[in-house]
Design a protein around this ligand. Structure first.
Ligand SMILES: Nc1ncnc2c1ncn2[C@@H]1O[C@H](COP(=O)(O)OP(=O)(O)OP(=O)(O)O)[C@@H](O)[C@H]1O
Length: 580
């Protein structure tokens, strides 16, 4: 019976831990915000006192004392504002530092069939949006909580002025909602065009060599310009409307100030308000109105930040790294394909149906077949980056795709069909981007015969290479990638077309390395589209994939000298193969 890895029960732990750590800081920031907003009352109070008391008492001493007090309050307010905003900036960066690596790790480690390709970058965008919101706008949103306090202040000075100030919020609200509605579609279209143009640029950069070699730069630049300009009309409309609405909002704010003065003076003439009261009420109403205006203008911003937060929480909750309750000894277990059915999302055809086979430690599975029959896909199923639609790919009783990523990377190594060199030193590239033990790195390099080449590089194993490093040929890059697959003595090595792009000497070295690992008990999986005598001679099980049927043979199979005896005959898709 298969032991399945189970999900961690404490879902959302990362988010919860982040909240727990952040709580004291958030509380302090809120406290500072409260004091900052209360200090804003200093100016209206100052006006009330100065305009109503000083002229009648003619006391310069009172004026000086009041002025000193209000200046102290203003400076304290400024200090608190700086402190809390810096706290939010640091908090935003801290949030990003906590969440981004987890999202990246999860996105890269996860089975590719579960998520689409750009899902990880969308997750990172969510984190960046959350960071920007916290660092740049959260302080203003906390201030909004205090807007009612300022309107209350106006009511306390005179209820009629309070109603005037509140009444101004109605057109403010209507104009802001109209601005949002009337620019939404255009903004979305402009955003889509920006992303499309960005992806043209990214793919051109990634395929720089083809772009240069095939003189495609002009065509791609034209396409980029075409996409970027395709939404110029919408952008003009959106920006034009934006400018108009902003002018209307500015005018509304001026109208409020005029109304406050006019009504205030009328109340003054009636004898129910003092001169100081007029100015104090006008300033308080201005504070409240500005906060409401900011809240409405940044409403979208808040909505997007909340959506990003929810998406991050869901992502980190659903796919917390799997854990397993028992870790059996997997060294002596067979690798088993048990009734595996697979098809890519959005495809109508199964690539394999109920495919079953097994091979043990020190044995080699050769996957053979023409282009496009599913050799690479089966290699990805074997390393666990893809999940079968039905059935299981196991090592003993453990489903490979459910192994915790750290354990999986220790036990299984993989050479993909397309050679990948990462930005980093040769040593890091061989040690899977870790600071691996140099002796192990050198052992892997020696095994595939590239040690002599590496020590001739400018900095030997510490030479920084990358996808565009000019000092390595295609074959040399491939051998570094092969050394990476051999590094660390994995339990199973899966190589997708390892001999492609290799010269004869390198092929011989690879064969010798494979034979050595095989003798040491490593399970090997090799895919090939062209028949190779050497691989066939080494294979213990051969799987011939084709469009119509799959055939499994013991040994290297026929087709020119592998000499394998037919083990199970043809396996047509749809027929269940029993596994003992
Ligand atoms: N990510 C994907 N989404 C949808 N279909 C895919 C994906 N990757 C591969 N395919 C399709 O699955 C089929 C098998 O592809 P795969 O790369 O496994 O074949 P292969 O035998 O390794 O081919 P080759 O020898 O040319 O590398 C092909 O028809 C391919 O178009």
């Amino acid at each position: 019976m298969a032991i399945r890895a189970r999900r961690k029960p404490g879902t959302g732990t990362v988010i919860r831990a982040a909240w727990a750590v952040s709580r004291p800081g958030l509380f302090a920031a809120f406290l500072f915000t409260t004091v900052f907003n209360v200090l804003k009352f200093a100016l209206p109070l100052y006006l009330l006192q100065v305009l109503d008391r000083v002229p009648s008492s003619r006391s310069i001493e009172t004026l000086v004392m009041l002025t000193i007090a209000v200046l102290i309050a203003v400076f304290c307010g400024m200090l608190l504002d700086i402190i809390r905003r810096r706290m939010f900036v640091r908090w935003g960066n801290w949030i990003e530092a906590q969440l981004a690596p987890r999202i990246l790790h999860q996105g890269l480690a996860e089975a590719r069939s579960e998520r689409n390709e750009d899902d990880t970058s969308r997750g990172l965008d969510d984190v960046a949006r959350l960071r920007t919101f916290v660092a740049e706008t959260l302080a203003s949103w906390m201030d909004v909580v205090f807007a009612p306090l300022f309107f209350l202040g106006v009511f306390l000075i005179h209820p009629t002025l309070g109603w005037v100030a509140l009444g101004a919020l109605v057109p403010l609200f209507l104009v802001s909602v109209a601005a949002d509605q009337m620019t939404r579609d255009q903004r979305r279209a402009v955003g889509d065009a920006g992303r499309e143009a960005g992806s043209i640029l990214t793919s051109a950069e990634v395929n720089r060599e083809s772009v240069g070699g095939l003189a495609m730069a002009n065509t791609l630049a034209e396409r980029w310009r075409g996409v970027a300009e395709s939404r110029a009309g919408e952008r003009n409309t959106a920006q034009g409307r934006d400018v108009t609405f902003r002018a209307i909002l500015r005018t509304l704010s001026q109208l409020l100030r005029i109304a406050m003065i006019a009504v205030g003076v009328w109340l003054y003439v009636q004898g129910s308000l003092t001169l100081g009261g007029i100015f104090a009420a006008r300033i308080l109403a201005g504070f409240g109105f500005t906060l409401a205006e900011k809240a409405l203008a940044r409403w979208r911003n808040l909505r997007e930040a909340l959506a990003s937060y929810r998406s991050i929480r869901k992502r980190l909750t659903i796919t917390q790294t799997s854990s397993i309750s028992v870790l059996p000894n997997l060294e002596a277990d067979d690798i088993i394909l048990d009734g595996v059915t697979f098809r890519y999302p959005n495809e109508r055809r199964d690539l394999y149906r109920r495919l079953s086979l097994r091979f043990g430690p020190g044995q080699m599975l050769l996957i053979s077949g023409s282009a496009g029959v599913g050799k690479s896909t089966l290699a990805r199923l074997l390393v666990g980056t893809l999940k079968p639609r039905d059935g299981q790919v196991r090592i003993g009783d453990m489903e490979i795709c459910r192994l915790p990523p750290e354990l999986r990377s220790r036990m299984i190594s993989y050479l993909p069909q397309h050679t990948e060199i990462f930005d980093g030193t040769v040593r890091e590239n061989i040690a899977r981007m870790q600071n691996g033990d140099l002796l192990d790195v050198m052992a892997a390099a020696r095994l595939v015969g590239i040690h002599d080449l590496i020590i001739q590089l400018p900095e030997g194993y510490d030479t920084v290479i990358g996808p565009s490093y000019p000092g390595l040929s295609g074959s040399q890059r491939k051998r570094i990638a092969i050394a990476r697959a051999f590094y660390g003595r994995p339990r199973m090595i899966v190589m997708d077309e390892p001999t492609a792009n290799l010269d004869r000497v390198s092929r011989r070295m690879l064969d010798a390395a494979l034979a050595q690992r095989k003798a040491a008990g490593t399970s090997l999986v090799i895919t090939q589209s062209l028949h190779s005598e050497r691989s066939a001679a080494m294979a213990d099980v051969t799987l011939f994939l084709s469009e119509s049927k799959h055939e499994i043979r013991k040994g290297g199979g026929g087709g020119g000298g592998g000499g394998g005896e037919d083990q199970r005959g043809a396996v047509r898709p749809n027929r269940l193969r029993r596994i003992k």
